[in-house]
Write a protein that binds this ligand. Structure first.
Ligand SMILES: [Zn+2]
Ligand SMILES: [Zn+2]
Length: 456
């Protein structure tokens, strides 16, 4: 058995991991780096030279796990692509939207590599896709059908977003479990992750939040109450609230929280605006409401009254004439996104609030805004002058990832012989490595480097 990471080593981005399981070539995820542009954002496809890929298994449809798929298929035309049933329509939306974003960035930033693939190329790869049910084992077929041994795989609910899965692969003698992005605890809409009950020999483990002591301590219920109190203050002084989020997953969790608070009269009944992609994914959450594990299967987004942030809605001060709550992408305030543009409109007015609700990478515009002092200059876009931070900027913890205590709990319960640490900043990976070695010195902790093959 061999393992080679093509990205996602000591960072979160371009997550893609090659596995040779008893002669069958498997790629786990095919993501792009969310903070890089052009070919630089891709995983190390070169490291797959002379390899065969029989199947690509997609854990979930966030772009850092999916965005490079059409590009990888330009080098490997035949692999079958497996994902869960909800992930299939989500992946189509996500990939087509990525083309649109790449085309826009090509114009705005002059990235000549873009688009890395086209709408037509996405349509052409659809026949390779196969959706599978959760908890239903399937064989990974070799491309030519001559292989004698075919490993078996199972997708298990990862509790991260709609369609997300941890992936169990049963080889001839050993079993591998890849957590994908995993969330042990329940969120507001979806239930926490399910893990294998059988023996796992090798665990490929995500580490997003493992450097954060704060994430472990914050209680979700308290964070909801704190968010409600801060929203109330902003609205009562005539301001509006911007909640930057990812369109997929976080938007739906936040809408569900806001709806509950609105019903209980813990926040004023003001309009809630949502960006277009957020609405699209909310519809898919509704479509799969009865087929996936939900906290409340009766909660449907079509019943939550929201307005769409679209081309007809001006992205200027008139939007905030009367108080409202805007839930818009991107969660880290990436340049040229609706949240970034709206934040520039709001930031100099002390009545408004910008409330982050997820993980912020240190080199993002969102992190820079959050950590800047009150009254200091903040740069939102390198092509525009900085703005003064006068409004109320806060962060709340509604994570869709396991905190570090939960990550260690997973290691303890699965008790693997080897753990490969991925999808986390160096500090996170270092913390987990040290804790596992302390917890059980018999576990072989592997911190992979991108492009280096490891024999397992
Ligand atoms: Zn994710
Ligand atoms: Zn991820």
């Amino acid at each position: 058995m061999h393992f080679k990471a093509l990205g996602g080593c000591g960072e979160i981005g371009a997550n893609s991991y090659y596995l040779d399981v008893d002669g069958t070539g498997i790629l786990l995820d095919a993501g792009v780096h969310p903070k890089k542009y052009g070919r630089e954002s891709l995983p190390m496809i070169d490291a797959l030279r002379r390899k065969e890929i029989h199947a690509i298994l997609i854990s979930h449809c966030h772009i850092d796990h999916l965005g490079a798929l059409p590009m990888i298929l330009k080098y490997f035309p035949n692999p079958r692509i497996f994902m869960t049933a909800p992930s299939f329509p989500i992946s189509m939306r996500m990939l087509h939207n990525t083309v649109t974003v790449m085309e826009r960035i090509k114009e705005e930033k002059g990235i000549t590599d873009y688009p890395l693939y086209t709408h037509e190329e996405i349509d052409m790869i659809v026949p390779l896709f196969q959706s599978v049910q959760y908890d239903s084992p399937f064989r990974i077929p070799s491309a030519n059908g001559h292989r004698i041994y075919e490993p078996e795989a199972v997708f298990m609910d990862a509790g991260h977003i709609l369609g997300s899965a941890g992936i169990l692969i049963r080889g001839k003698e050993r079993t591998i479990f890849y957590t994908g992005d995993t969330c042990l605890h329940d969120q507001t809409v979806i239930k926490g992750a399910v893990y294998p009950e059988e023996k796992v020999d090798i665990l490929i483990l995500e580490n997003t939040l493992c450097s954060s002591e704060e994430a472990e301590k914050k209680k979700r219920g308290n964070e909801v109450l704190r968010l409600a109190a801060e929203i109330r203050k902003v609205i009562e002084r005539g301001g509006s609230v911007l909640i930057p989020t990812f369109a997929l997953g976080r938007t739906q969790e936040i809408l569900a929280i806001l709806e509950r608070l609105r019903k209980r009269k813990r926040i004023p009944d003001v309009p809630i605006m949502v960006s277009g992609m957020g609405k699209v994914f909310s519809k898919l959450y509704d479509r799969f409401a009865l087929m996936t594990r939900r906290k409340d299967p009766d909660l449907l987004f079509k019943n939550i009254e929201t307005k769409m942030l679209g081309p007809k809605v001006p992205f200027n001060k008139t939007l905030f004439k009367d108080p409202c709550i805007v839930v818009a992408t991107s969660g880290m305030l990436n340049e040229k996104t609706p949240a970034n543009i709206l934040a520039q409109v709001m930031v100099e007015d002390p009545r408004h609030g910008i409330f982050f609700v997820g993980y912020l990478d240190e080199d993002t515009r969102g992190f820079q805004l959050l950590t800047a002092g009150q009254g200091e200059e903040v740069l939102f876009d390198e092509l525009r002058p900085p703005k003064l931070k006068n409004c109320d900027v806060r962060s709340f913890r509604f994570s869709a990832h396991s905190h570090r205590g939960e990550i260690l709990q997973v290691v303890q319960e699965l008790n693997p012989k080897k753990v490969i640490l991925v999808h986390g900043e160096k500090g996170s990976i270092g913390w987990t490595a040290e804790m596992i070695r302390e917890m059980d010195p018999k576990i072989d902790v592997i911190v992979p480097e991108a492009g280096t093959e490891i024999t397992l």
